[in-house]
Write a protein that binds this ligand. Structure first.
Ligand SMILES: C[S@@+](CC[C@H](N)C(=O)[O-])C[C@H]1O[C@@H](n2cnc3c(N)ncnc32)[C@H](O)[C@@H]1O
Length: 322
């Protein structure tokens, strides 16, 4: 019954509870008016959020818990609620037919047989922006860890392949002023990437490279990054993407692959395994993978000194040198 708590949190983010309370504590009646909550529901809903640790309550006044304030106030750069907004609008319903996915092996969204799931996601501006913002939510922690754990002092340039809004390039560029870089993604992503980069004042150092990584060559840089890319695609497509990155790198260049990489025994990283089931629900052939599998694929593509390094929580990066 864990989904009860999940859904309460998803609705709280959708309603803007935490954004509203970022401005200061409010009474139940004030929150009813501000959020459009029915008096019958508000008491149980708000006190559920207190019991879940997302809100605090003193003398009838509600306020954000510190972590909810940091991560779920839409106005803060640390906002990761875009991910929860996407769960609310799409994945919560799609996961309702997990059993069908398990029986048929087919995606449970509106992706047509064999089509790229991104065609459907990018069908209109709102859905495009919502998905790309959700990617920032899923990747911000890993991006910060990559910015600190990788030896960036040995390199001068980098490009994030499939960069979405640009969370990873922005974190790296902020932490390492000597680096220039960018993001490669489908042309339709350009304005969203450029807005995000400009909002962080990094437009002079981070450039958008438009293209399709199945039909165009990847742009070149000392370091290429693929975050949450390989898991979207089937085995042959994964191999093709690794080969394409290898071709684009200079000798001595480096590829960083990061995902919720599953432990080699496939026993412990429940998030990574659930993410792989999510790929079943969302994509025609995607799946997540262990560190050992990724090392084998990268070695077969020509990379040397391939190694896995943990990042944060369920995420790890696999690093290989050309
Ligand atoms: C799951 S998202 C990951 C985004 C980001 N790397 C992260 O980890 O947050 C996959 C990204 O790949 C991009 N993408 C999908 N198909 C692509 C293609 N054929 N060529 C270039 N980029 C593509 C999408 O637009 C999206 O930004």
């Amino acid at each position: 019954m864990g989904f009860w708590a999940s859904k309460a949190m998803l609705s709280a983010v959708e309603l803007g509870v935490f954004t509203q309370l970022a401005g200061g504590s409010r009474s139940r009646e004030q929150l009813e008016r501000a959020l459009g909550l029915h008096p019958r529901s508000s008491r149980d809903f708000l006190d559920t959020l207190v019991a879940l640790g997302a809100l605090e309550r003193d003398n009838g006044q509600y306020r954000n818990a510190p972590d909810a304030d940091l991560f779920f106030d839409r106005a803060k750069p640390s906002y990761v609620g875009g991910l929860l907004e996407m769960m609310e609008t799409r994945l919560y319903a799609d996961w309702g037919s997990l059993t069908d996915a398990l029986r048929t092996g087919l995606p449970q969204n509106r992706t047509k047989d064999g089509a790229s799931p991104f065609d459907e996601l990018y069908r209109n501006e709102a859905s495009l922006r919502s998905f790309l913002q959700a990617m920032t939510g899923v990747s911000l922690g890993a991006a910060r860890a990559i910015a600190t754990k990788f030896p960036w002092e040995n390199y001068r340039s980098f490009i994030d392949i499939g960069a979405a809004q640009g969370a990873c390039p922005v974190q790296i560029a902020q932490a390492h002023p000597h680096l220039r870089g960018g993001g490669f993604d489908l042309p339709v992503v350009a304005p969203v990437f450029n807005d995000y980069v400009a909002a962080h004042g990094l437009q002079d150092r981070l450039r958008f490279h438009p293209g399709d990584f199945f039909n165009d060559p990847c742009p070149s840089a000392d370091v290429l990054i693929m975050g949450h890319i390989l898991h979207d695609w089937d085995y042959d497509q994964k191999q093709a993407l690794l080969a394409k990155c290898y071709d684009a790198l200079p000798t001595g260049g480096c590829l960083i692959v990061y995902d919720a990489i599953i432990d080699d025994e496939r026993r412990h990283n429940a998030f990574g395994l659930l993410m792989s089931l999510n790929m079943l629900i969302e994509t025609p052939g995607g799946f997540d993978y262990t560190g050992k599998e990724c090392c084998e694929w990268m070695t077969a593509a020509g990379f040397r000194d391939v190694r896995v390094e943990p990042l944060l929580g369920p995420d790890s990066m696999v690093i290989g040198i050309k």
